[in-house]
Write a protein that binds this ligand. Structure first.
Ligand code: COA
Length: 455
């Protein structure tokens, strides 16, 4: 085995328990029944001061989270770690903050207020590093996650949320699973065995769905610019937000695209069904869609269910810039909220307010720079708030953070064109970015750039 391949496999397997399970197949159901309890019984294991890890998005175990909140009078200082919650949760309220301190690893509409008002915490980091944080920096006392039903060999699949979930479960002192027949069974490194589980509860609530955002005229123009620059046989990653979805729609006539992405979306199903994605020319995992989590509509979840074309791996593997860069012609498309004239992207804050998180934006930007023939795209509307604010600015707003370094940004695209930043001087970058700003703001940007001696 080559050293490279050995290192990669070691990297994946470090996030799960590498053992064969001795439980006899005919005894598996018996073991399951012994571990089956109600949600209320299962959450009794939580103690004051514990660290709880919950999966992101669609993997959240709703019944367990609701049962945990009911214990708020008995518990103090429980820390609940989670990225991107999709639904309001009873425990996430200022009244319960003494019992449960939420730690957001990516804020959404559900926990943004909590973080910005200071009754929840925020965990900075690169997405690819999250599993390692659970291995080396945060002791996971209790892991609670949602899985698809157990198979005859005793394996459950984490389905739509593999990312840091498999690692957090492998590290936890206690593992509680919420088994839901609506959770798709995904392939790859997405499994957990009943032997590694302490309690099981059952719930058949629908899995949350995220509607596809309607495309604006600007989205379509930007999608068109980016599609023009994506060559056949490229491998793509599409990020979160409306814009990446517009790009997917503009790619339906391409040939032999591949997918290596942290998030699998509905737009990618369109690309498979249109024949644009075959994965035939991929340099790693040929013929496979590689992802780490998924969020979208039931159509996407049905597509993923037991689909041998799709493999889900821990995000420490999928988002490792070294692994991303092994894809030939790797293309990443992500969005930002504000960009300065050097190319620093404030993608997760609006001024001092936390809006989302870095997620995998920098992981993929750096990975694309390593890829032979790779291209990175940051896409944004030129303005926000009905055209009153330019998103291209001389300086990031006070308190904003640069999620993506200027050194990692390659192309920037607005509805007014494409700015190519990589390999350009600070002066050239400023001129490129001013040329794709909204025309109403270009004179002010030029004046500011002159004052800064940038141009
Ligand atoms: N100043 C003030 N407000 C701004 C703004 C600016 N410069 N830019 C955007 N906004 C506002 C918008 O008006 C909108 O407000 P509304 O919800 O009240 O309408 C809101 O911020 C969101 O802006 P939008 O452009 O619609 O963002 P989006 O939903 O498309 O998401 C990101 C874009 C940047 C938040 C998202 O891509 C992100 O979190 N990125 C970092 C993580 C990442 O890229 N991961 C990679 C792979 S998943």
């Amino acid at each position: 085995m080559s050293v490279d391949l050995f290192q990669e496999l070691a990297h994946v397997s470090a996030t799960r328990k590498l053992v064969l399970y001795p439980v006899q197949r005919n005894k598996i159901r018996e073991v399951y029944s012994k571990k089956l309890v109600t949600a209320e019984e299962a959450v009794k294991v939580i103690k004051s001061g514990d660290n709880i890890a919950l999966p992101l998005g669609c993997g959240e175990p709703r019944a367990l989270v609701t049962a945990m909140a009911k214990r708020h009078n008995e518990l103090k200082g429980v820390k609940v770690h989670q990225m991107l919650p999709l639904k309001e949760a009873d425990y996430l309220s200022p009244e319960m903050a003494k019992s449960f301190r939420h730690v957001s690893w990516f804020t959404s509409g559900v926990n943004r207020r909590a973080v910005n008002e200071g009754w929840a915490d925020f965990m900075p980091g690169h997405f690819h590093d999250y599993p390692r944080l659970f291995q080396e920096y945060i002791t996971v006392d209790v892991f609670m996650g949602m899985v698809s039903p157990m198979d005859e060999r005793g394996f459950f699949s984490f389905g739509l949320s593999v990312d840091y979930t498999t690692t957090a479960a492998a590290e936890a002192r206690v593992v509680i699973l919420e088994v839901n027949p609506n959770m798709p069974r995904t392939r790859g490194e997405s499994l957990i065995h009943i032997s590694d589980v302490d309690y099981v509860i059952e719930n058949n609530a629908p899995i949350p769905e995220i509607p596809i955002p309607p495309l604006t005229e600007e989205d379509k123009i930007i999608g068109g610019y980016i599609a023009e620059m994506i060559e056949d046989s490229s491998t793509i990653q599409l990020g979160i937000g409306g814009m990446p979805n517009a790009v997917a729609q503009a790619l339906v006539n391409k040939k032999d695209l591949g997918i290596h992405t942290e998030m699998i979306t509905d737009g990618m199903v369109d690309l498979v069904e249109s024949g644009a994605v075959t994965g035939r020319k991929k340099t790693i995992h040929p013929g496979k869609i590689i992802g780490s989590f998924a969020a979208g509509t039931r159509r996407l979840y049905n597509f993923l269910n037991d689909n041998p074309m799709v493999e889900m791996y821990p995000v420490s593997y999928v988002n490792d810039p070294y692994v991303i860069g092994k894809n030939y012609k790797m293309v990443s498309i992500n969005a930002t909220l504000e960009i300065d004239l050097l190319g620093q992207c404030a993608s997760e804050t609006i001024g001092p307010k936390q809006y989302s998180a870095t997620g995998g934006q920098a992981d993929f930007a750096q990975g694309c720079l390593r890829s032979p023939g790779g291209k990175g795209f940051i896409a944004l509307h030129a303005t926000a708030k009905n055209g009153t604010i330019s998103k291209i600015v001389p300086f990031l707003q006070q308190g904003a953070v640069a999620s993506c370094s200027k050194n990692d940004v390659d192309h920037v695209v607005t509805e007014f064109g494409v700015a190519k930043l990589r390999g350009k001087t600070a002066r050239e970058r400023a001129l490129e970015l001013i040329s794709i700003a909204h025309p109403d703001f270009r004179a002010d940007l030029r004046a500011a750039a002159r004052k800064m001696n940038l141009i």
